[in-house]
Write a protein that binds this ligand. Sequence first.
Ligand SMILES: Nc1ncnc2c1ncn2[C@@H]1O[C@H](COP(=O)(O)OP(=O)(O)O)[C@@H](O)[C@H]1O
Ligand SMILES: [Mg+2]
Length: 251
Amino acid sequence: MNDNELILQTIDLTRYFGMVKAADGINVDVRRGEVVGIIGANGSGKTTFLNLITGYLTPERGRILFLGQECTGESPRRIVKLGLARSFQIPQIYTTLSVMENLLLSLSAQANKGTVFWQPLYTESWVREASEILARFGLESYADRPVSVLPEGGRKLLDIALSFALKPQLLLMDEPTSGVSIEDKFQVMDTMATVLKESNITTIFVEHDMEVVQRYSRRVIVFDEGKLIADGHPQTILADPEIRKAVLGHE
Ligand SMILES: Nc1ncnc2c1ncn2[C@@H]1O[C@H](COP(=O)(O)OP(=O)(O)O)[C@@H](O)[C@H]1O
Ligand SMILES: [Mg+2]
């Protein structure tokens, strides 16, 4: 596996909602191992971009290549199978099940390339793998507890662990720390960043907290009204008053 390998490429990716240009000719290249932050004001098209890449929206125009393979117009399910996962989406958290059971469902979905509920979940190898994943995310003490008892930060980590269990090559996250208290935010991000780095999972995350972006990404792309207006090192990008204005409005 070539470290410099192009993992994701979008070419002129465009999507309108009526008169709104939610994605307007987006060209992005992401290489293996990169951790890319996406920033932009509310409504600038960040989530639309993730929805397009993961097959939840079809583009008006443009293309998406994943590992050099055309995946424009593919279904979300097929895209997950190709190795592109997204936190919060597949699979959903089942709040009445235990933390372990949620992870077992994710592992079974991965193994079967689709969730098959009639298969026994508690196979020895899956339980072992699930335990290992929970330990990596610091959630082992919650394994047998229902998801509903997890604190918000733990729930976010479980979200990410469930996507991690799908063994993606590229992981997309939409505001992974939203709703998490300031004290817990960095702990969630530290854990997540460590696990993803150890596994060399390329990561794209949408984030509105500039401190988080600075600390956890070495590259940031900026959206404004559906357009990509900047792409570079967070320090450089966030020092630019024009960009700050576009992202944060008038402070
Ligand atoms: N399903 C939809 N139907 C109509 N308009 C949408 C839809 N999804 C997004 N939009 C519009 O597209 C623009 C970009 O939205 P979004 O990608 O959610 O922004 P962000 O995630 O940056 O806040 C906004 O103007 C939003 O109102
Ligand atoms: Mg959004």
